[in-house]
Design a protein. Structure first.
Length: 211
């Protein structure tokens, strides 16, 4: 799941950023897996993701319901979501292990914390992907403070212009950080964008008299 690996930010900010992908495998166990993935989504929802959704119908940030996400599952269904704490990730992994559905589970987050959670449950990861930073013409990239928002959508659906516009509206008092976080994340259709992270990142732009 390499598109979730390139999130940028401080260690404190990233400590509130844990991504989960649960998916059937084409040609292996996809047939008849929709009900399994619906059960997974029920568990995810009980634990409390800050965002979840699908490429087919959208995310909860864009106003889509959990039932609509379930109904929109394709023949190779996937559950995609993001949690804002290690404790939530730990709990959802515990429940998935108990369910033992034979479905692929991938997690992303601070490496040491993810390794700790795996060790707690006796999980030996099948494989590990690491981001090796950005290579190439870095001078053509947006500013780092913009990249922190953009890289929360690994499919590149959050544009620099949208981020800048949201920041400017927060500065002008036309949007609250909470409103801007939702507006900014709505184009990310896979559900990996984390509004909990975005809110404090936007709060520094609130006019001084509003604090």
């Amino acid at each position: 799941m390499s598109h979730s690996l390139h999130r940028r930010g401080t260690a404190e900010s990233l400590s509130h950023d844990y991504i989960l992908l649960v998916t059937a495998a084409a040609g292996i166990n996809a047939a008849g897996s929709k009900d399994k993935l619906r059960r997974v989504l029920d568990v995810v929802w009980e634990v409390g993701p800050v965002n979840t959704g699908s490429n087919e119908v959208g995310t909860i940030l864009s106003g889509v319901s959990i039932e609509e996400i379930k109904a929109g599952f394709t023949e190779i269904p996937r559950v995609r979501c993001v949690f804002d704490s290690a404790d939530k990730m730990r709990e959802v992994i515990r429940r998935l292990l108990e369910m033992d559905l034979g479905i692929s589970v991938t997690v992303s987050g601070p490496r040491l914390e993810i390794e700790k959670i795996c060790a707690e449950f006796g999980i030996k990861p099948h494989s590990v992907n690491l981001s090796l930073d950005i290579w190439g013409k870095k001078n053509e990239l947006p500013e780092e403070e913009i990249l922190e928002f953009i890289t929360m959508c690994g499919h590149g659906m959050i544009s620099r212009s949208l981020v800048v516009d949201c920041i400017e509206k927060v500065k002008a008092g036309r949007l609250t950080p909470e409103q801007a976080a939702v507006r900014m994340g709505s184009p990310c259709v896979c559900g990996f964008y984390n509004p909990t992270r975005a809110i404090p990142m936007l709060q520094k732009y609130v006019p001084a008299e509003k604090h």
